[in-house]
Write a protein that binds this ligand. Structure first.
Ligand SMILES: C[S@@+](CC[C@H](N)C(=O)[O-])C[C@H]1O[C@@H](n2cnc3c(N)ncnc32)[C@H](O)[C@@H]1O
Length: 274
């Protein structure tokens, strides 16, 4: 549906505007943003419209949302959707839609995240799916020197020293602010932290966001057999960090699933377990 610019410009609409200035302000703002967006196409940041099912979307589709629920499950109590980076709404929306799908299909199992840092994606996951136990794996001290050495060996790339070390378990738990105690922290070097715990969990969703070849490969080896059929493995940085892409490509070479590239800011790879 094109923007009703005539509604904004026509002088005999002034009375209507005065009667409902909020509506016209919103229209003007949308028109401006939509007009600006082509100017930003070749810049570092471009404007991406909200999905049609987002209430702020220029193309918000009420009838679709009423029937199917949009970001929320139909007839369910509202689930909280926390923002990630403002300039990467694709990532947030993708994660929400994956979680919504798991809930819709009632896929059993816990959730795991390897690579938590300050807890932004963990907070999004926990508050959208608070009924699931969320296992968080991280050193909470940044990259481990063993992984960095491996990255240099495999990819010839040296990650920054102390990358992601400015965090803490307390800070992450404070940010997540869980009301139900279903967030479990496993601090330490992965995979040692997981192997040590001898847990026997099954997972419906595994989010691997550890950037480097070694932890991502270890995460795939550890979690893949533990993900239930129909569950998802989402690997971030598939189109950003060379080690992440190599690990995914090598691991799935002899598996029945094909990782599907997803266009968030860093590019993710999505796998649905058979
Ligand atoms: C990109 S950050 C995670 C960002 C987070 N998922 C978000 O989007 O909010 C990567 C994290 O992976 C962690 N990490 C990398 N290798 C690890 C390993 N072998 N064991 C545990 N944590 C690791 C780092 O400590 C860092 O906090």
């Amino acid at each position: 549906m094109p923007i009703a610019s005539s509604e904004l410009a026509c002088p005999n609409q002034l009375k209507k505007i005065a009667a409902n200035p909020g509506r016209y302000f919103r229209l003007l703002r949308k028109a401006l943003l939509q007009g600006l967006s082509p100017l930003l196409v070749n810049s570092a940041f471009r404007l991406q419209g909200q999905m049609d099912i987002h209430a702020n979307s220029r193309w918000y589709d009420r009838s679709f949302v009423e029937q199917f629920g949009g970001f929320q499950l139909p007839d369910d109590s509202p689930r909280m959707i926390g923002n990630l980076d403002a300039w990467d709404s694709v990532r947030r929306d993708m994660m929400v839609l994956l979680m919504r799908d798991l809930l819709d299909r009632q896929v059993a199992g816990d959730i795991a995240e390897l690579g938590v840092y300050k807890g932004y994606t963990a907070r999004l996951i926990h508050h959208y799916m608070p009924e699931k136990i969320l296992h968080l794996y991280d050193t909470f001290q940044g990259f481990d020197v063993r992984d960095v050495k491996e990255e240099i060996k495999v990819k010839g790339r040296k990650p920054r020293k102390n990358h992601f070390s400015d965090t803490s378990v307390e800070g992450v738990l404070r940010l997540i602010n869980s009301k139900n105690g279903r967030v479990r922290v496993h601090q330490g070097f992965f995979p040692e932290s997981a192997l040590k715990s001898q847990e026997k969990n099954r997972y419906c969703l595994v989010h691997l966001d550890a950037d480097l070849y070694a932890p991502i490969m270890a995460g795939l080896h550890y979690f893949y057999p533990r993900v239930v059929s129909g569950g998802f493995i989402l690997v971030h940085d598939f189109n950003a960090w060379p080690g992440a892409r190599t690990a995914v490509s090598e691991f799935f070479q002899d598996k029945p699933e094909n990782p599907i590239p997803m266009p968030d800011k860093n590019g993710s790879a999505l796998v649905q377990k058979m």
